[in-house]
Design a protein around this ligand. Structure first.
Ligand SMILES: Cc1cc2nc3c(=O)[nH]c(=O)nc-3n(C[C@H](O)[C@H](O)[C@H](O)COP(=O)(O)OP(=O)(O)OC[C@H]3O[C@@H](n4cnc5c(N)ncnc54)[C@H](O)[C@@H]3O)c2cc1C
Length: 500
């Protein structure tokens, strides 16, 4: 008897553990709803909404083979113990998971339980993340090799283990999944993932890099595959190979429009590689979820925490129109583009001097695509506590003028500013009787970041800072881009970081 434990890999295509398990004997495809996972501070009902759609779709795929997804609710070890007691010994198959500290500890406990019951647990690599990597120097070569390997087809036949009942897939409204969410959530599931990939490669990518930093248009022209990657309805290898195939076809056409698409799709490929790079960091150093990558920054913000600032940031009521519009749009839609995520974190960390450990779990709950490896690394980078990255402080007024020049996005999400003249949309406090129209800015940006810069530079001058930064870079820093970088032709999210 083989149990295939589905976690953040909700598909049967390019699924090595499922394919191999089907070749070795009768299979139980199992998904476990873990109540304790859903009570963690970074979990949210929004994640479950996406998972719910994906489980339904996974079940539909299995039904085509006469199989069924088995659902169990409870602590994983209790679920396995129950199966073991009632049905006998089994072999366990899954992908390696690089999740938060809670899933890491859970997997350690599962490994111990397996050992004590003489159960073999086959864990297969997931995407480009290399477990027990000896040196970061070899990583990109290993990752790229994996991306070139052939995609694993779904099994031709699923040998079923029939003597097990399933619970139903929980409802989206089940109280287990925490607070009600406001707004909508991107639909999950393999079929949606394929449609999204197809429309990006065929139609939407032509304006990808041009709109990637625009809070409004990016929602259509970015790939929108992040949640699908986070929950594994598509593998990164599938996406990468489909993109390369599309680039190859376009190269054969060779007209200006094809060249434009190739430029955009190459930039997209770099981001897929960044994804694996960031998750690899968490794989190698799980502590980055709770500790600053550079220890010199510990204790810098924590004692100065202001609950009123935190609430204003969380609710989109800081008085800075673009900050508030972005936060409200995120609450509403569960997604916002990279630059606006970075700006929201920069504002929380520098202007409001909030510690990233307070802000990161809140935003994790808002993002449908929450991926701990990217999330915590990015929070640390955008808060200036890695010691190895340049400090990036975003000016919310400049971002607003640059990326929402006509204030359309602001007016949409901050209806209080609907009728304010365009001249004042980015700085409504300059309009006559401004307090009648909108909130006063919560802090003065220039003064706030002056303080932040002084604090950071004090920390950077402490003894041993450079050595600490070098050792973090050796362990976690990027060596080279795993794919050839296209020359930036328009502003993209690697540029314009220093707009103090
Ligand atoms: C503070 C902060 C937190 C973030 N948290 C997450 C998160 O929890 N989950 C998440 O998937 N992304 C996160 N990102 C990265 C990025 O914003 C999103 O991946 C991207 O906006 C998702 O939209 P997309 O799929 O349309 O991206 P595209 O631009 O179409 O990119 C394709 C894929 O590449 C990867 N990717 C894109 N940008 C980055 C990046 N800068 N770093 C690493 N991988 C990247 C993602 O998997 C993405 O789906 C975060 C960024 C910041 C600044």
């Amino acid at each position: 008897m083989n149990i295939v434990w589905f976690k953040r890999d909700l598909r049967i295509e390019d699924h090595d553990p499922f394919f191999t398990a089907c070749q070795s004997g009768n299979v139980i495809p199992l998904y476990i709803v873990e109540p304790e996972l859903w009570s963690q501070p970074d979990a949210s009902r929004r994640h479950f909404h996406f998972i719910h759609d994906s489980l339904l779709d996974l079940d539909r795929s299995l039904q085509k083979y006469g199989a069924k997804l088995i659902i169990r609710t409870g602590d994983v070890i209790r679920v396995f113990e129950d199966i073991f007691q009632n049905l006998g010994a089994f072999t366990l198959w899954s992908h390696e998971e690089t999740g938060n500290a809670w899933t890491f500890k859970r997997d350690v406990a599962v490994a111990k339980w397996c050992k004590s019951h003489s159960i073999i647990w086959h864990e297969f690599p997931s995407n480009g993340v290399v477990r027990r990597l000896k040196s970061r120097d070899n990583w990109s070569g290993l990752r790229n090799m994996r991306m070139q390997n052939a995609i694993i087809p779904p099994p031709a036949f699923i040998p079923l283990f029939n003597h097990i009942n399933s619970e139903p897939i929980p409802f989206k409204e089940d109280p287990l999944f925490g607070k009600r969410i406001e707004g909508t959530t991107q639909s999950g599931g393999r079929s949606e993932a394929l449609k999204t990939l197809h429309s990006f490669l065929k139609e939407r990518s032509g304006r990808y890099m041009f709109t990637i930093s625009k809070p409004g248009a990016s929602a259509r022209h970015c790939s929108r595959l992040s949640a699908h990657i986070a929950y594994g309805t598509l593998s990164v290898r599938e996406i990468e190979q489909a993109t390369k195939k599309r680039i190859q076809d376009l190269e054969n056409i060779g007209d200006p429009e094809s060249k434009n698409l190739i430029y955009n799709l190459s930039a997209f490929l770099s981001r897929l590689a960044w994804r694996c790079h960031f998750v690899q960091k968490l794989e190698q150093q799980p502590e980055i979820e709770t500790q600053c990558m550079h220890p010199s920054f510990e204790g810098m913000r924590e004692p100065h925490f202001r609950e009123d600032y935190f609430q204003a940031w969380k609710n989109g009521t800081t008085g800075y129109p673009l900050i508030d519009a972005c936060m409200r749009s995120l609450i509403q839609n569960g997604w916002i583009t990279f630059r606006m995520r970075a700006m929201l974190v920069s504002f929380a960390s520098y202007d409001l001097w909030l510690d990233w450990r307070k802000t990161a779990p809140y935003m994790a709950g808002l993002f449908t695509d929450y991926e701990p490896g990217i999330h915590y690394s990015q929070f640390q980078m955008q808060s200036g506590v890695t010691g190895m990255n340049a400090i990036r402080i975003y000016n919310p007024i400049k971002q607003s003028v640059d990326h929402d020049p006509e204030g359309k996005f602001i007016r949409r999400y901050v209806p209080e500013l609907k009728n304010i003249p365009l001249t004042f949309i980015h700085e409504p406090w300059k309009f006559e009787n401004s307090s009648k129209h909108y909130l006063e800015p919560i802090v003065d940006h220039q003064k706030a970041i002056q303080y932040a810069k002084e604090q950071l530079s004090e920390r950077r001058q402490t003894d041993g800072f450079k050595e600490g930064a070098r050792s973090t870079h050796k362990k976690l820093g990027s060596r080279q881009s795993p794919v050839k970088k296209p020359k930036p032709r328009v502003e993209d999210d690697r540029q314009m970081s220093f707009d103090f």
